[in-house]
Design a protein around this ligand. Structure first.
Ligand code: CP3
Length: 353
């Protein structure tokens, strides 16, 4: 499939307008983890799938759960339903999701572990995800943008090395200090497979890409440059060569004061901001960098609802008015979120015209 120009797609899909320099009011809205356990229809489809990865590798069911929040709320963008851990799984690492506990991987801690990864093997599993993207582009309303994604090398590596989620990514930070050459090889494998994976998503119909670096905030500044900025820069540069018309959003969660430098060095087209970023700083980043800014409502405010939610949404819309801005959360929707609060949020944002 050939990719239409960004300008042509932006005239069809308002989500893309900030990326061609237009500040739109009301701002486009989508929410990280908009498909998920807070929706009863997600839980119903999930129970048909077997394991969580089976859901990710079923184009029919993955397409269905991607569409569910679009049907309910009419978000301006859909995000492909998949997971950042599809990449290690496709590379041949053992990945499983334990009910109620999260992901478990067979940890890579030495050169022998690394040699088990086989980039030549990824095509089979990636092709299943690309088929989901193709179906989505056919089934989505033409005015809805489609976001493809992957995890950033640093964040994916924290799961590959640690074998599970952790609060401080200690195992991975230690490996990066003690065996930087080995760790660098892992990061290089992830750079190359991420480019292959994302480029396939674009050829299958993704309009925009987001790179999730959920644990970017755990590194000191020199390590942040080495393992967050440089690998992301490499991915963006390669993709831009292949697909100059596809905007890329970075989400270096916790980058805080390093955010402007991240945008400048990586050349991402969008910056997703976490919850602790002050709105005034987001407004400044939107004015002073080339990036569209996205964020950053606290997901727990969406659980709380009521006047606290209304006040913060009003403040966000007021501070970000006239800026190239996309309304989102600062991190993913949590499972205990009442679906009617999401409906209220969309209503509040759309009233901003
Ligand atoms: O946003 C979306 O709606 C698209 C789908 C999506 C999922 N995961 C589905 C999912 C996306 C974009 C992700 C990204 C992801 N996955 C990240 C980066 C963003 C972030 O949240 O920080 C990370 C770190 C992961 C790894 C991961 N996947 C963890 C740690 C977990 C367990 C935590 C949990 O919520 O259970 C998952 C599982 C997962 N990925 C679920 C969903 C809907 C829940 C699994 C289930 O249905 O049982």
């Amino acid at each position: 499939m050939s990719v239409q120009t960004l300008a042509a797609r932006a005239s069809l899909r308002r989500f893309l307008k900030p990326f061609v320099g237009e500040a739109v009011s009301p701002p486009p809205i989508w929410l990280m983890r908009q498909a998920g356990r807070y929706l009863p229809e997600y839980r119903a489809t999930r129970s048909q799938a077997g394991g969580f990865l089976d859901l990710c590798y079923s184009p029919k069911l993955a397409c269905e759960v991607t569409l569910q929040p679009i049907r309910r709320y009419g978000f301006d963008a859909a995000i492909l339903f998949s997971d950042i851990l599809v990449v290690p799984d496709a590379l041949g690492q053992q990945v499983s999701f334990v009910e109620g506990e999260g992901p478990r991987l067979d940890p890579i801690t030495d050169a022998a572990g690394l040699t088990k990864l086989d980039p030549a093997k990824t095509a089979g599993k990636f092709a299943i995800v690309w088929e989901t993207v193709q179906r989505l582009r056919q089934d989505l309303p033409s005015e809805t943008a489609l976001i493809g994604f992957c995890g950033a090398p640093w964040t994916v590596a924290t799961y590959m090395v640690g074998g599970r989620g952790s609060v401080d990514q200690a195992a991975t930070r230690s490996l990066a200090y003690q065996q930087p050459a080995l760790f660098g090889e892992l990061i290089n494998i992830l750079i190359d497979s991420s480019v292959t994976y994302l480029s396939g998503q674009v050829k299958s119909g993704a309009d925009v890409l987001q790179i999730f670096d959920s644990w970017a905030g755990s590194l000191p500044d020199d390590e942040f440059q080495r393992w967050v900025v440089v690998p992301t820069q490499a991915i963006v540069a390669k993709l831009r060569q292949l697909h100059p018309d596809v905007p890329i959003i970075g989400f270096p969660r916790g980058a805080d004061v390093a955010s402007a430098n991240f945008v400048e060095k990586t050349q991402v087209n969008g910056l997703s901001c976490n919850t602790s970023m002050p709105l005034a700083h987001m407004a400044r980043l939107a004015a002073e960098t080339n990036a569209v800014v996205q964020g950053n409502l606290d997901p727990l405010l969406l659980v709380a609802g009521g006047s606290a939610l209304e006040a913060r949404v009003a403040e966000t819309l007021s501070v970000m008015r006239g800026k190239r801005f996309i309304f989102n959360l600062g991190h993913g929707i949590v499972p205990q979120t009442p679906p009617e609060h999401v409906a209220r949020l969309v209503e509040l944002v759309r009233q901003a015209a």
